[in-house]
Write a protein of this length. Structure first.
Length: 81
């Protein structure tokens, strides 16, 4: 696990993707709820965009130098210019 990433956020994505494979129902519900809450954070959504070269162009940000890059530097917005 990378040292810069809190454990909750590092393990959230696998809980979302494989939530139905965990055995204790009550623990899975709580983990799923926590994972979805983390997944909904704006910082997590922005973090998934950075250095991404696949998927929808609106969800890719090849290089980030400024906070405004999320609104102006995605491939779909650069192609529109």
């Amino acid at each position: 696990m990378p040292a810069s990433v809190p454990a909750r956020e590092y393990f959230a994505q696998p809980c979302i993707l494989a939530g139905h494979f965990t055995s204790p129902i009550h623990a899975a519900d709580r983990a799923s709820r926590q994972a979805q809450a983390i997944d909904a954070r704006p910082a997590v959504k922005r973090g998934r965009m950075v250095n991404r070269g696949f998927g929808e162009p609106a969800m890719q940000l090849h290089e980030r130098y400024d906070a405004g890059d999320f609104e102006t530097k995605t491939p779909d917005k650069l192609a529109a210019e």
